[in-house]
Design a protein around this ligand. Sequence first.
Ligand SMILES: Cc1cc2nc3c(=O)[nH]c(=O)nc-3n(C[C@H](O)[C@H](O)[C@H](O)COP(=O)(O)OP(=O)(O)OC[C@H]3O[C@@H](n4cnc5c(N)ncnc54)[C@H](O)[C@@H]3O)c2cc1C
Length: 392
Amino acid sequence: MKPDLFQAPDYYNIDELLTDEHRMVRDAAREWVKKEVSPIIEDAAQKAAFPTSIVNGLAEIGAFGPYIPEEYGGAGLDQISYGLIMQEIERGDSGVRSTASVQSSLVMYPIYKYGTEEQRKKYLPKLASGEFMGSFGLTEPDHGSNPGGMVTNFKDKGDHYLLNGAKMWISNAPFCDIAVVWAKNEEGRIHGLIVERGMEGFTTPETHNKWSLRASATGELIFQDVKVPKENLLPGRSGLGAPLSCLDSARFGIAWGAIGAAMDCYDTALRYAKERIQFGKPIAGFQLQQKKLAEMLTEITKAQLLNLRLGQLRNKDKATSAQISMAKRNNVEIAINIAREARQILGGMGITGEYSIMRHMMNLESVITYEGTHDIHLLITGLDITGIPAFK
Ligand SMILES: Cc1cc2nc3c(=O)[nH]c(=O)nc-3n(C[C@H](O)[C@H](O)[C@H](O)COP(=O)(O)OP(=O)(O)OC[C@H]3O[C@@H](n4cnc5c(N)ncnc54)[C@H](O)[C@@H]3O)c2cc1C
């Protein structure tokens, strides 16, 4: 792969709106991605293997639990810093960002928010340091966009719960030490349970043959009469709102992350277009290529501003789920379009692993589907505008 010469586009001087801490956190993540992710990521993606060697580095840049308080091992940062870290990691690769997102927003967040003090102390510091890796089990083979229909269930057996069912498409599943699993009790109410690797009847087969997020491990979580200790139930919240609140946090991170991928595609295409000579001049000098580049930068700039404002709202705990949906949907869509246009600017070279664009493009096909599909986020906005649900 080519050396990482990334220069971040910032057409509206958004840097000026960030604090010193934001810039410091962002720059540390950016440097780390250049040094540790870029040189190895193409190979990891080609081999379809999660690069475990970067786990410690992810922990060091604060990617595991950026906004979890320091007393639990988190970085104690604000939401904008969290977003900036996700932006920089996904600038490197969406699969690596997915691992960090799951760990932070879908495993640490529910334990911090809905767990007991004992659970927080037991799990959060280990998750923050990367000693433990976590996964989040919501989606099932027959319940994706409609997770409320889940059939995974647990029964009260006096001194423990008995968990049965299966989750599918679970990031980090093949190597997770713990899984936050959403399941129905005997009354049909959804609860979160912490399931640990090693519990009898709990297996995590890997999902192979993905053309997308190849550097992220995906798998199933299968529960066959798994005895889960009662103290592993997250008592703070039940109902579908509990997992959905975790998804809010993860989707916010995706809105930022997708722009990282878009920035990388734009920057790569711009550099290539200035260097590649056809018909006696750089292809950047042709109007058709300038149109592509100008539109890319316009969309990136709009999305950067959207993210910053959303981060300000999240910092005040004022961002609605629908606002987060709009940002996730918009930013992933523009990122995937930018990847496709950037790929064309590189001509034949664009399909090779010499450049990051094709990998970003394929990764974004998962990003546009997971954590709520593109269509579902549109329906969320539609519901918010009209008050009328159009899901069924
Ligand atoms: C690589 C990867 C990693 C993932 N990681 C995780 C994870 O860590 N944890 C987890 O729990 N899940 C994870 N997922 C699952 C992901 O969230 C689901 O794939 C997603 O929610 C969509 O569900 P589905 O694939 O079953 O599609 P479906 O729900 O079957 O949807 C298929 C199509 O139908 C459309 N559709 C569905 N309902 C409606 C409707 N009411 N109106 C209009 N259109 C509709 C959808 O928009 C979509 O286009 C992951 C998925 C992938 C691909």
